[in-house]
Design a protein around this ligand. Structure first.
Ligand code: ADE
Length: 380
């Protein structure tokens, strides 16, 4: 163990990766002017002085710049991953070595380690939680209720997290206020649409090196993320089909120029499928059963439950990894179906997530939301 990892509480892959992470964090920072302005002000005003902030976010170069900004504002920042496959291990190493920020995240960690890391952040007794997917809030409400007393509030980054939290609120079980950062116009109009649009295609291309031009791409869900992926795929010459259960959004997709049909139809036609719904099992056994030989199926929604991979396994006669991030399943009749990144969000599993300039807007909102929570802590 190095002296740094002895001094800073952490569980990361390899502190030796810190040099690489440092350079990459700097590179992202060059495209984050808004967060930099906030950081400069935070350094002077210290609006988060003494506040313990528990953050559960994708551990990327962009998140690193957010964590550095929050620390500049005086917060004690603790960070764990919001997905087992999205951690950039070099970034985790640099945050620990160069910024003394406790990080608990290792790319590829199993489920048990994932929750152990979440609990390591909660052990710091955060007064503010910052979630991407509502896992910290969920664990606090189920297993760590002792922490509720000291919590001022939390922030939530993503659509899926906001859906979970709204359900808790409706059931009257949500015990502290949350700022739904996702709902800011300067978040979902840009990050969800242009960020997911570009980074999802980036993930699919890095994983497969397939040509999009002339390829039939089925986009499942026409929320802000689906809209972005459909638009960017069309821009690269794909024939885009949209499936959508909300009639209004379906109509919008038609008027945006896309073919819209149920998954039962689209499954027979598509070559590349990508889910972005926040819902469960939107591609199921009956859909895999009718897909073309060579179909490629990816998820870019927050959780890996959008694809019923167990259903696919039940009809497959074999499975093998044919490239990094590509599992090929062979069905009884010999057709092959490829699942990317184990169904985990492909833009962060196989690529690097959204580019920094769009995360700049999202994370500026996060930093300002944390400041607001502290300032208004008595009035929320
Ligand atoms: N979500 C999507 N892209 C991201 C990124 N680059 N960093 C953190 N969270 C993200």
């Amino acid at each position: 163990m190095s002296s740094v990892t002895e001094k800073v509480d952490c569980d990361i892959k390899d502190i030796g990766l810190a040099d690489k992470g440092k350079l990459r964090i700097e590179w992202a920072n060059n495209s984050m002017p808004v967060l930099n302005l906030i950081k400069e002000r935070f350094e002077k005003e210290k609006p988060l002085r003494g506040i313990t902030l528990g953050t559960c976010l994708h551990v990327t170069t962009e998140t690193a710049n957010l964590a550095i900004t929050l620390k500049a504002g005086g917060a004690n920042v603790y960070l764990c991953a919001s997905n087992p496959l999205s951690t950039q291990d070099d970034v985790a190493a640099s945050l620990v070595r160069d910024h003394q920020i406790p990080v608990f995240a290792i790319c590829g960690e199993d489920n048990e380690t994932y929750y152990k890391h979440l609990n390591s952040v909660l052990d710091a007794k955060p007064q503010i939680t910052m979630d991407d997917g509502a896992d910290l809030v969920s664990v606090i409400h189920s297993k760590r209720t002792d922490l509720l007393e000291d919590i001022i509030g939390g922030t939530e980054e993503t659509t899926t997290g906001v859906i979970r939290l709204r359900a808790m609120e409706q059931d009257k079980v949500l015990k502290f206020p949350i700022v739904a950062v996702n709902d800011a116009d300067t978040k979902h109009f840009f990050d969800n649409r242009y960020g997911t649009g570009q980074s999802t295609l980036d993930g699919i291309i890095r994983a497969t090196n397939l040509l999009l031009a002339g390829t039939t791409v089925v986009v499942v869900g026409y929320g802000w993320c689906g809209r972005g992926v459909a638009q960017k795929a069309e821009g690269m010459g794909a024939n885009v089909i949209v499936t959508e259960v909300d009639p209004l959004k379906g109509l919008e997709a038609v008027m945006d120029g896309f073919r819209v049909m149920p998954m039962a139809e689209a499954a027979k036609i598509g070559r590349i499928f990508v889910t972005l719904t926040g819902n469960i099992h939107v591609i199921r056994k009956e859909h895999f059963e009718v897909m073309k030989d060579g179909a490629v199926v990816a998820n870019s929604g927050h959780f890996n439950v959008e694809l019923d991979i167990d259903g696919l396994e039940s009809i497959a006669r074999s499975k093998r990894q044919v490239r990094k991030f590509v599992d090929e399943y062979t069905l009884a009749d010999g057709r092959k179906i490829n699942i990317l990144g184990e169904g985990r969000l492909i833009n962060l599993a196989a690529a690097e997530g959204h580019p920094a300039s769009v995360m700049d807007m999202s994370f500026a909102n996060q930093a300002l939301a944390a400041e607001y929570m502290v300032r208004e802590s008595k009035n929320l």
